[in-house]
Design a protein around this ligand. Structure first.
Ligand code: F6R
Length: 611
């Protein structure tokens, strides 16, 4: 989704903004632009990559100490130079960048058209900017005040940053719903959609809250609410190193992040799981442990890969805690008027912590008395902050657009929560509890072994990369893994892929099976294994090509498959953290073999901050 960068201070703004925009490329975008103030207001914008913009700016004098930059992921109006940000106001005095959607922009546009305004783009952003300018003109007031008045009428989500030709010492920014981080330097400030453009300059940041307006000068940061009351900026220290957002010798972020998983799962367990002592410490949820134990139901709310983690967790919580669990697409849940009872526990699962649908879904549930737990990766993100309690996944920055290491870390956190609740509630047998603690503890080393299959999986990827369609099948804990494998393949290779519960295949998808169709079975040894083997027979009988992710030494299943990927054995509760990894690698290598941009697949955005 759109990326925002801005700078004010003694340094040259352009190189800082340009580098920042490159750091935000992973979020997904289709045009880029920069506005600088130096005597006059200069705006440069272009469809395509940040590098294309950089190319066209060669040789131009870009000296300035204040500027704003943007990468746009089109919502209103097609991706072209005209619709790219920054936008300038009708008078040419203001420039603005915006992330989010102004839902009532049509009504505002009509009012402005009636007053004689003309628009040069199809965007909601240009409407909001001119609306602000109109208020400033009518009231003859400072820009800060015009912004506050304007935002009271805005329906939707936004981060906006403005510069004003006649005030080259001030940036004005505001947020509702979309993320905004302000880095505090020495007599300088850095603004961005997330911390990645800021980290190399300062680790001290302020996360702007909803309905706050920031008035930013080189040596001063003032926050106000829309009622013009001063708010205290809360400075947080970033716990992140620059190396974490660079490729570190790998060809792609996606490959790096797949290979980081032994470490990220270890980091996630560290300090929480003590297999020897038989303890799990989840300080983030301790305060609500009693309520979770007594909850009549738990609702997992998430999107995409995080939703798949929720599905695995449904099986785990029901098995270990004997609590009724429902898993909801946040986008459906937020609009459906769902029944929420006081004391219901909602677990919001999100890598970015900024997914708009998940955020609004939990805001609604919170207002109806539910307890919100966040299982979130990005520290300080909106979902983390609105949650009553929660546990960070500690997977580090995930830059590849397709989620990989966040998924396994989510599973690790959710499994620990379930183990703790099941044990404390007394419904989980002590021996089984101890066995599962040890199984969980052994996962990082087993992931390492799965990663040793890299070359084998790469060869398989080349063999099957001409496929035009594929089926992913699994049962029980491995059913959501099949869904996740199919999602990874679609995203990265643009090959159509369907994930299904293996038995459900007979109710329709089996019609697709012929000797051209690769069918990927996630068939590790678990309570469903015999049944999955029967499903493999059914595919074989129809000449489908079976690729089976099975356990080492499972010769019986191997005999049914055209190709196998043999991974270490693990208890079925923790097995998805292993069985998903070959599917991540398969998608990566198929995409790579097809020459695609695996880190930034077409049309996708990393952080989906619009609904
Ligand atoms: C898939 C993927 C997306 C995200 C989804 C939710 O690879 O990355 O499906 O999982 O957009 O994002 P978060 O977890 O940030 O809420």
């Amino acid at each position: 989704m759109c990326g925002i960068v801005a700078y004010i201070g003694p340094r040259e703004a352009y190189p800082i903004i340009l580098k920042g925009l490159k750091r935000l490329e992973y979020r997904g975008y289709d045009s880029a632009g920069i506005a600088l103030l130096n005597g006059g207001l200069k705006v440069y914008k272009k469809k395509g990559k940040v590098a294309d913009l950089e190319e066209t700016l060669q040789g131009i004098d870009l000296h300035a100490n204040i500027g704003i930059g943007h990468t746009r992921w089109a919502t209103h109006g097609e991706p072209n130079d005209r619709n790219a940000h920054p936008h300038t106001s009708a008078s040419g005095k203001l420039a603005m960048i915006h992330n989010g959607i102004i839902e009532n922009y049509n009504q505002l546009k009509q009012e402005l058209l009636n007053k004689g305004y003309k628009f040069t783009s199809d965007t909601d952003t240009e409407v909001l900017l001119n609306f602000i300018e109109e208020i400033q003109t009518q009231n003859n007031c400072p820009l800060e005040e015009a912004v506050r008045i304007a935002l009271k009428r805005i329906v939707g989500a936004y981060v906006i940053v403005l510069i004003e030709k006649d005030h080259p010492d001030t940036l004005i920014a505001a947020r509702k719903g979309s993320p905004l981080v302000i880095g505090i330097g020495k007599n300088e400030h850095f603004l961005a959609s997330d911390a990645s453009p800021i980290i190399e300059y300062t680790k001290e940041v302020v996360y702007v809250n909803d309905y706050e307006v920031a008035i930013i000068k080189p040596d001063e940061l003032i926050l106000k609410n829309l009622g013009n009351e001063r708010q205290t900026p809360y400075i947080t220290k970033l716990d992140m190193e620059l190396a974490a957002i660079e490729k570190g010798g790998y060809d792609h972020f996606m490959l790096k992040e797949i290979f980081e998983q032994p470490q990220t799962v270890y980091d996630c367990l560290r300090g929480r799981l003590d297999a020897q002592a038989g303890t799990i410490t989840m300080s983030g949820i301790q305060k609500y442990a009693e309520q979770i134990m007594n909850a009549k139901r738990i609702v997992m709310v998430a999107c995409g890969t995080s939703w798949h983690a929720g599905l695995v967790a449904e099986y785990i919580f029901e098995e270990l805690c004997r609590i009724n669990v429902e898993v909801e697409y946040a986008s459906e849940f937020r609009y459906r008027n769902p029944v929420i009872n006081k004391g219901d526990v909602i677990i919001a699962i999100s890598q970015s912590g900024e997914t708009a649908d998940t955020l609004v879904a939990i805001e609604n549930a919170k207002s109806k008395g539910a307890i919100i737990l966040g299982v979130v990766n990005v520290v300080g993100s909106s979902i983390a902050r609105i949650s009553d309690a929660g546990a960070y996944t500690h997977a580090g920055p995930e830059i590849g657009v397709a989620s990989t290491k966040a998924f396994t870390a989510q599973l690790a956190v959710l499994t620990m929560i379930a183990l703790k609740i099941g044990h404390d509630k007394g419904v989980l047998d002590h021996d089984r509890y101890m066995h599962l603690l040890n199984e969980l503890d052994a996962i990082p080393a087993k992931i390492e072994k799965v990663l040793n299959l890299n070359d084998h999986i790469k060869a398989l990827a080349e063999k099957y990369s001409d496929a035009t369609s594929s089926l992913y099948l699994g049962r029980g804990y491995n059913f959501p893994v099949a869904l996740e494998g199919a999602l990874k393949l679609k995203e990265i290779s643009y090959i159509h892929a369907e994930g299904y519960p293996a038995a459900e295949m007979k109710h329709g998808p089996i019609a697709l099976v012929d000797d051209q169709l690769p069918v990927i079975f996630v068939a590790t040894r678990d309570s469903y294994h015999e049944k999955v083997m029967s499903n493999m027979q059914e595919i074989k009988a129809r000449k489908g090509k079976v690729i089976a992710v099975i356990n080492e030494g499972d010769e019986q299943s191997a005999a049914l498959a055209d190709d196998t990927i043999m991974i270490p054995e693990a208890d079925e509760i923790v097995a998805p953290m292993l069985s998903v990894i070959p599917l991540q690698l398969l998608a990566y290598y198929i995409g790579l073999h097809k020459g695609l941009d695996v880190d930034k697949p077409r049309n996708l955005a990393k952080s989906v901050t619009v609904e």
